[in-house]
Design a protein around this ligand. Sequence first.
Ligand code: OGA
Ligand code: MN
Length: 289
Amino acid sequence: MSTLEFIPLHPTFVAEARGVDLRQAQDEATLTALHAAMDRYGVLVFREQPLTDAEQLAFAQAWDGNLHTKTGISALTQSRLGNEALTDISNVDENGDPLDSSDRRRVYGLANQLWHTDASFENPPGRYSLLSARVIPPVPADTEFADTRAAWDALSPTEQARLLPLTAHHSIAHSREILGFSFSAEERERLHGNPQPLVRYSKVTGRRALYLAAHASHLLEMPVAEGRLLLRDLMTHATAAPFVYRHVWQDRDLVIWDNRTTMHRARPFDDKHHRRELRRVTTLDIERA
Ligand code: OGA
Ligand code: MN
């Protein structure tokens, strides 16, 4: 058995974990070492992890227990994958063919190209996401990550003091509406969203992070327009080049990120002519006993 090691991939966050097969890494010692690295790096990249759906779900369960079901569009339509904890991050239909430009699932999935953190619109919100690459196209179809702890640290003490008491309202309907997606009144009601602190604190690391996403529509403490402008400014700040890592996918990659300390977004590619298939499991930020 090779030894577990972590190779940093960016000056402030993200590491590649080497020397581990996640199908067999569900013992206490390995999980503890991986969790410590996760607290430090916020994003962990694992290469050559040929996971089946069942293996991905089993690892996610061992990693963090509470799996988020009915994620994303599965709240609206039936998933082709047959398991509500598994989100279909792909551009293909049941037959494996690229979705039509106008397909509702495709348009909905395009919102992953807006900077966001997963399931911030839920209560409890998302904690970790585990994204497994099954089919990666031969053209760039990358995912970018932003370090929202480093972005917080870079603010002045005065700015930090102003932001600390604020609360944002997050709803998945908001991020989809930005792109012109419309919901029925009944869907809108179901996707009402939830308030979240604008700044998150971790007792484990003692660090704070900006908690931002395209899902954040306004701040509860101020008029919509002012809150939206402040959110935009903060998004621009947090996604400035020094805080961003770009992940270039290979087949069989598994990337795990902490939704409390990072944002991410998909980058566009020619999805009419190339298949791209990944599977995501997200866990919920439920306090541990
Ligand atoms: C996700 C997501 C980005 C991508 O799976 O939560 O936002 O590049 N994915 O597919
Ligand atoms: Mn996402």
